[in-house]
Ligand binder design. Structure first.
Ligand code: URA
Length: 423
């Protein structure tokens, strides 16, 4: 087998054979196919697509590139959630403890942010002492003792995806439905969860900008999960505006703790509970009540134990950025746009995200919103507060927000998108 013939097949809109797929994934993982060759193939896939048979084989080859975990020895059914990525998406933080408090085991192998989307591990690392890296044994211990664990995927899990995702990120080939679906599902299937709920984001701050593409991505992933014996459901959810009122690492942890304490923004609470119900249903715990786990404090207890089990201090003060800049509304009316992509890029420029994998994020950096689409605003009122340790970045962040915030005259007929757009 040679890589040039594999690239040519896809370049010329052909179907890759199972042998070609198995070979190219294995050879790339072992370093025998060069990055430039794999990026040519990824671009051919982005432009010409893959059919269901090819996607299934590609996913299986990525799973087979590494180890598989097994949670069969746990005393509870497993339930996992994966989001395709968005701005202010802190849902995993309150969700994992809520679902664990209802009786499921929640193994959340999470990632770091890159570009304008945040990463769950970066958020949790703003808690003093908290560690993302656990061995498989430590992960199982935390899962068995607290019911939930949020940690980095070990190097042995789907190593082909680790290499390929990093390559796609720097070659403009992230947004290919077959590649996103196989990337997410190879990790989830290798992780060994019994059930999976996918949060497929739609809108300016998501990889999928329109509902048709999001639906296709969701259907592809649900098909892959089901074929591998994982009960899989997908919700399509709005990412035209940031989730909640914060985007940035420590800011989002603070908001998540507010949700666990029974408060927090409505959209975060609604989406967390919608996903929790789906996870509990998929795990066979239909009678569990996630709203009760929030109200009676049992989800907060799991959170505290889960953070402490990974070295974190749940009572420690969260980092605060050294400088703040307040943006005021320039006119009165109804806020009709608070664009997720613009806010995500601005938060990233303030230091909440990284441009290259090896960059450090600022724990306190980000954006706090004081109004959301649908709110009435008065000229001069606070619209948002920008936080950073590097104030020279304010101007650069404000540039990103240009055109991302609109106010329409009072009386304008405007209804914000619902948070759940479809199932
Ligand atoms: N998240 C992943 O894990 N992979 C992708 O390709 C996109 C989002």
């Amino acid at each position: 087998m040679d890589v040039i013939s594999v690239i040519r097949t896809k370049r010329d809109k052909g179907e890759l054979s199972p042998e070609q797929i198995d070979w190219v994934i294995d050879a790339y993982t072992r370093g025998e196919v060069a990055d430039e060759q794999m990026s040519a193939l990824a671009m051919a896939i982005l432009l010409n697509g893959m059919n269901r048979v090819e996607i299934a084989r590609w996913t299986a080859a990525m799973i087979n590139s590494g180890e598989r975990m097994n949670f069969a020895q746990l005393s509870r059914p497993t339930a996992d959630k994966h989001s395709t990525g968005g701005v202010g998406d802190k849902i995993t933080l309150p969700l994992a403890p809520i679902v664990a408090a209802c009786g499921a085991a929640v193994p959340q192998l999470s990632g770091r942010g890159l570009g304008h989307t945040g990463g769950t591990l970066d958020k949790l690392e703003s808690i003093p002492g908290w560690r993302a890296l656990l061995s498989n044994e430590q992960m199982l211990d935390v899962l068995e003792s607290t019911g939930a664990v949020i940690c980095a995927a070990g190097d042995g899990l789907a190593p082909a995806d680790k290499k390929l995702y990093a390559l796609r990120d720097v070659t403009g080939t992230v947004e290919a439905i077959p590649l996103i679906a196989s990337s997410i599902m190879s990790k989830k299937i290798a992780e060994g969860t019994g059930s999976l709920v996918l949060d497929v984001k739609v809108g300016s701050g998501a990889f999928m900008k329109n509902i048709e593409d999001a639906r296709e991505l969701a259907a592809t992933m649900v098909g892959l999960g089901t074929d591998h014996g994982v009960r899989t459901v997908a919700l399509l959810t709005d990412m035209s505006t940031p989730l909640g009122l914060t985007a940035g690492n420590a800011l989002e942890v603070r908001e998540s703790v507010e949700v666990l304490a029974g408060g927090g923004p409505r959209d975060v609470v609604d989406l967390t509970l919608a996903l929790a119900r789906e996870m509990l249903d998929a795990a066979g715990l239909k009678d569990a009540d996630p709203a009760k786990a929030l109200a009676d404090g049992s989800a907060m207890d799991v959170w505290r134990r889960m953070i402490a089990a990974q070295g974190g201090d749940p009572d420690a003060a969260l980092p605060v950025a050294r400088e703040q800049h307040v943006v005021h509304a320039s006119e009165s009316g109804v806020l009709t746009t608070m664009d997720a992509y613009a806010v995500g890029v601005a938060a990233w420029r303030l230091g909440a995200g990284r441009a290259r994998k090896e960059d450090q994020v600022q724990a306190g950096a980000g954006i706090e919103l004081h109004a959301k689409p649908g709110d009435k605003v008065t000229a001069g009122q606070r619209l948002m507060t920008l936080h950073t340790d590097t104030p020279e970045k304010f101007e650069y962040a404000l540039e990103a927000l240009n055109g991302g915030v609109f106010t329409s005259p009072e009386g304008t007929d405007f209804t914000p998108n619902p948070i759940v757009l479809g199932r």
